[in-house]
Every structure is written in structure tokens, then in C-alpha cells.
Design a protein around this ligand. Sequence first.
Ligand code: ADP
Ligand code: MG
Length: 249
Amino acid sequence: MSKVIVLASGKGGTGKSTVSVGLAVALVKLNKKVLLVDCDSGMRGVDLMLGVEKELIYDVSDAVGGGCDKSAAIYVTRNIYGLYMMPAALSADDEVSPSVLRQLINEIKDDYDYILIDSPAGTGSGFEAAAAAADSALIVINPEPTSVRGCLNIRQKLTQMGITDARLVINRFLPERFNTLGIYRDVDALIDTAQTQLIAIIPEDVQIAAIAQRGESGQKTVPSMLAFNNLAARLEGENPPLAKKLLGL
Ligand SMILES: Nc1ncnc2c1ncn2[C@@H]1O[C@H](COP(=O)(O)OP(=O)(O)O)[C@@H](O)[C@H]1O
Ligand SMILES: [Mg+2]
């Protein structure tokens, strides 16, 4: 059975795209066939992170609008064997509707073990389309109150849409920054406030930021990879550590 997961966040810039790519690479290393769908119309970036931007001709709006065959909008990422990607529309005007995207994903999902859908921030129409096609969600937050509030908004919207399987990914965790912030007694207090079960803590990692911006994701091993590997293993039903030790928690 393939799993279709939307990556969401109430607040922008929490690292949805970076986490989508890191998780996709980790799943591929577990021999999973993965399709990463970029649903951030007008702000697409996954193609850049995977270094495939020069190859792109068609995108998700062509695939649903009959502008091309579905398979023509799916690109093989040569550097990462087993990882496929579908780019978002370049223009926000070409955003796809929830029902149309859900139909597209239903038609292709049996070809993959995992379909990860990277969504725009917030609970607007772009997020709705991405979530409508998914069975479960990963909510990506940074360990700070504005981001946690965004998580609660997303949870509410997901519940309205009938998606109850949502897990929390705390991204860009830096113990020193967390302690200096001093708002949460500890990570458990943060998780309680977010009211969402934790699945991963991804450390602040300048290396992942650098390789993603250079389009070299998947080609180099970065410090946060252990956390992405553990996240992938957890999705596979295993129970590896949450990398708390690594983070000095
Ligand atoms: N774990 C991390 N460590 C350091 N920088 C990160 C991490 N995750 C994301 N970033 C950086 O945060 C910024 C926003 O990330 P991005 O994935 O584009 O967020 P979003 O897709 O949610 O808008 C980028 O500059 C990215 O390199
Ligand atoms: Mg993004």
C-alpha cells in the first residue's frame, strides 16, 4: 500500500521543502520508490534543491489540465536512484484544485511506495489541494511559539478535512537557541502545546541548507541525515531514537 503524505506548516519558512527532500532521500535509501510532488505553485523550489530545474518542461498543472501525459510531468532525479519528482506550476494562477489533484494522485499512487506532497504555508487553497490528495500529514514547525500556533491552525484544518493522522516534525532545532528562548520548560512542554504527536526532531544544520540551495541534495551526507533516516524508519513502523541524544536533550 502506498502512503501519501502532505508536509504542512501554518507559518512560512519552517523547512517543509528541505524536510520533504531530506525525508525523500532517506526513504530512497530504504529502497522505497518515492515521488515528491511540489504543490507550492508560484514558489516552487524542490526542483532547485534536487538539481533538476533545467530539465523541466511540464508541471503538475499540465498533468491535470491535459497539457501533457501524466508521466511527462514526472522527472527522474538522476543523482538519487529511486526518487521521482513532479514540479509545481511556475505561476500561482495555475494552482490546481483539491479534487483534481486528488484524482491525479489516486491514478498514479500505486506506482510508488511513498508520495510526499510539499505544500505552501498556511491553510489556503494551495494547502487544501495538497492535503486533499493525502492520507496523512507531517506538520513541520520550528521550536518557537509563532510556529506552534501555526501547527494548531493546520491541525484544525486537517481535522475539518478528515485527516486525523498528523505527526509533528520539529525542524531547525538548536539546543542553545531553545534554552535561550526559555519559553518552554523542555521539548515535551513544546510538544504538549503543539498537541501533536512527535515523529522527528531535525537539528539546525547549515550543511543541509547549503546542499539544498546548491541543488546537491542526496549527493552528500549531512549531519541532519541521521534524523531524516530515523524519520523514514518511523514511517516504516520502526522505533529508532528521536535523535534526542545527538541534540543533547
Ligand atoms: N534543518 C535545517 N537547518 C538549517 N537550515 C534549514 C533547515 N531546514 C531548513 N533550513 C533553511 O530554512 C529556510 C527555509 O527552508 P524551506 O525548506 O525553503 O522552508 P519552507 O519550504 O517551509 O518555506 C531555507 O533557507 C533553508 O535552507
Ligand atoms: Mg517550501
